[in-house]
Design a binder for this molecule. Sequence first.
Ligand code: DX5
Ligand code: ZN
Length: 222
Amino acid sequence: MAIQITPSILTADFADLGAEVARVPGSDWIHVDVMDNHFVPNLTFGPRMVESLVGASPVPVDAHLMITEPDRHAAAYVEAGAGSVTFHVEAAAAPVRLAREIRRQGARASMALRPATPIEPYEDLLPELDMVLIMTVEPGFGGQKFLDLCLPKIRRARALMDKHGVQTWLQVDGGVSLETIERCAEAGADVFVAGSAVFDADDPDAMVAALRDRAGATAGRA
Ligand code: DX5
Ligand code: ZN
């Protein structure tokens, strides 16, 4: 299981995002949190901003859509150049159609679950998905405390993926740091979003490497 580290720019300097993403060349993806003030109580970027970031980023862009009506809006983020597009299942009217459409357009299709949303009802969707994102905070803001109550769901999601023999990646997002990443890796996550832990560090790229080492050591033991 390859470990991937995905810095989130949510707490980076929005006036200088080109310079911010250039500080983490050792990452696997750049995570962009798209918020609409409806699905979550915060407002961030749209497709034009994502398109500019795709042009500036040294690595592919992972767009996390925290928006209502992702069925209508996800296509614009694939067109903007995102390599992976994540919609929230709580907001999607037709998640199977949406995932197929994202894949047909040429991006990786990913489905996110809020902390209180179970994975079990979506077991049969796993072959349709390139990644499942298990939120480890309530979505909306960076810098929140990691919710340990999400760990059993990560384990259950990994078990379902093993049962179905799918290659679906398992991403965690929210409160991921040197302190919490081991718990996530031990539970079976393999793609780690880290916002404040990376961009508040003196050397963000060294923090990406440190997170990778710690997750890799844990996953190797698991
Ligand atoms: C929260 C966002 C996260 C956020 C994570 O709703 O989806 O991507 O940036 O930030 P940290 O790592 O600071 O919790
Ligand atoms: Zn996110």
